[in-house]
Design a protein around this ligand. Structure first.
Ligand code: PMP
Length: 415
């Protein structure tokens, strides 16, 4: 075969792929997979805490009782019995929905992709928390949408800042396609939207005629099992809700869903069929049987306990060994702690030193579409055992202490 000039492909790529690069997290995985590294970077659920025998039994049951059907194509909206079970999962969070409202997707990630595909032309605006989920930013970028960030604090999205942003955009006649928000135990910030602010977000949505995309992978992973009202419950006509089984069962099943009003749902089914015809019948059937035959809430409780212990280990060690000049969030659920370094420190530059000290995190810039986050970083406590987490935080603390001491030596106390 004759050699082909590599530019032959490059010249033909669609313009929307130009800005696409591997996320900071993915690029990190290659180095950080080494066993000596305390890996506080990834957001992998701790699937070893699953009752794997029960999963085996459920999977075996699906094949034994309904194998030919489970190995067949299915409908574009997803298996009706599974959609019923997913309505049960939403009900556990206080959300009233109907199986007809639900479209099953390949994880929440495909939900984000399809929603962006449905709403976004190049240059369209999405408003999102700053920082926000890197996978959502990637999906939005792939449709060439622009993201305007609104800052967060310990109570989640700052609703005064949201109001100011929406007012400014309205004044500039720049329409907003939707607000993308993760109200519970946000990835990456670890904070949750307070109940009062939820009311305010919904009120602002009315005032500014806003659609909300509510992404909720972590709602059931509140350490105390506390629930705050879903935006979908507060404003069902304005909210497109994205759920997933990745954190309460398994990301390997690739089962997520979108709950939305009929017209949106119909379009999503068409987009889903165009993308991959249908969700895997096999994994849908396994998930459905899991909910029908297993104490799934007890499994969620087990996960909660695992993550609570790991979060306590991380917060305890941060308090014990991190420099006083740093700030971090106090998650009450989910997988992540967000750390703010002292002014002038660069989380990306610090990463090389951290890796040499055998600890990995994700620099904050990965979670902003606008170049922000230079002095911020994400630590995850979901995967390593508590002792490893403490060790990793201690190693990172040393690196940060050294960096601060170095900055003081260079610049004195002029800041
Ligand atoms: N949204 C958020 C906020 C997430 O953290 C994740 C997973 N990291 C997803 C969506 C997508 O997960 P999945 O596709 O496995 O459901």
């Amino acid at each position: 075969m004759s050699e082909i000039n590599p530019d032959t492909y490059l010249a033909r790529y669609a313009s929307r792929t130009r800005g696409m690069t591997a996320s900071e997290i993915r690029a990190l995985f290659a180095v950080a997979e080494r066993p000596e590294i305390a890996f506080l970077a990834g957001g992998m659920p701790y699937t070893a805490a699953l009752d794997l025998e029960a999963v085996a039994e459920v999977t075996q049951g699906v094949i034994a009782e309904n194998g030919a059907w489970a190995l067949q194509y299915g409908g574009g909206q997803g298996m009706p019995e599974l959609r019923e079970a997913l309505v049960g999962v939403m009900a556990a969070e206080g959300i009233a929905a109907h199986p007809d409202d639900v479209v099953v997707t390949a994880g929440g990630q495909q939900g984000l992709d399809l929603v962006a595909k449905l709403f976004c032309d190049p240059g369209d605006l999405i408003v999102a928390e700053g920082p926000s989920y890197v996978g959502a930013l990637g999906a939005f970028a792939s449709y060439e949408a622009d993201v305007v960030h609104v800052p967060m604090d310990d109570d989640g999205l700052d609703t005064d800042a949201l109001e100011a942003t929406l007012a400014q955009l309205a004044h500039d006649r720049r329409p907003v396609k939707f607000l993308y928000t993760i109200p519970n135990h946000q990835n990456p910030a670890g904070s949750s939207l307070s109940s009062r602010r939820r009311e305010r977000v919904v009120q602002l949505a009315e005032q500014f005629d806003l659609i909300i995309v509510e992404d909720n992978p972590y709602g059931l992973l509140d350490f105390k099992g506390e629930l705050r009202p879903a935006l979908l419950s507060l404003a069902p006509e304005r909210v497109i809700y994205i759920g997933t089984l990745s954190k309460i069962l398994s990301p390997g099943l690739r089962v997520g869903w979108v709950a939305a009003t009929e017209s949106v749902r119909d379009k999503l089914v068409l987009l889903k069929e165009a993308a991959d015809l249908c969700q895997s019948n096999l994994t849908q059937a396994v998930a459905q049987r899991w909910f029908a035959t297993q104490p799934w809430q007890a499994q969620v409780e087990t996960f909660r306990g695992v993550y609570r212990e790991r979060c306590d280990a991380m917060l305890g060690e941060l308090a014990a060994s991190f420099p006083a000049e740093c700030r971090w969030t106090q998650p009450t659920g989910g997988f992540f702690v967000w750390v703010r370094l002292p002014h002038g420190l660069d989380a990306k530059q610090l990463l090389a030193k951290a890796l040499r000290a055998r600890v990995a995190y994700v620099p904050g810039a990965a979670f902003y579409a606008d170049g922000g986050g230079g002095e911020e970083l994400r630590l995850s406590f979901c995967f390593p055992p508590p002792e490893r987490i403490r060790e990793g935080v201690r190693r990172l603390a040393e690196v940060v202490h050294d960096e601060i001491a170095f900055a003081h030596a260079l610049f004195g106390d002029q800041e």
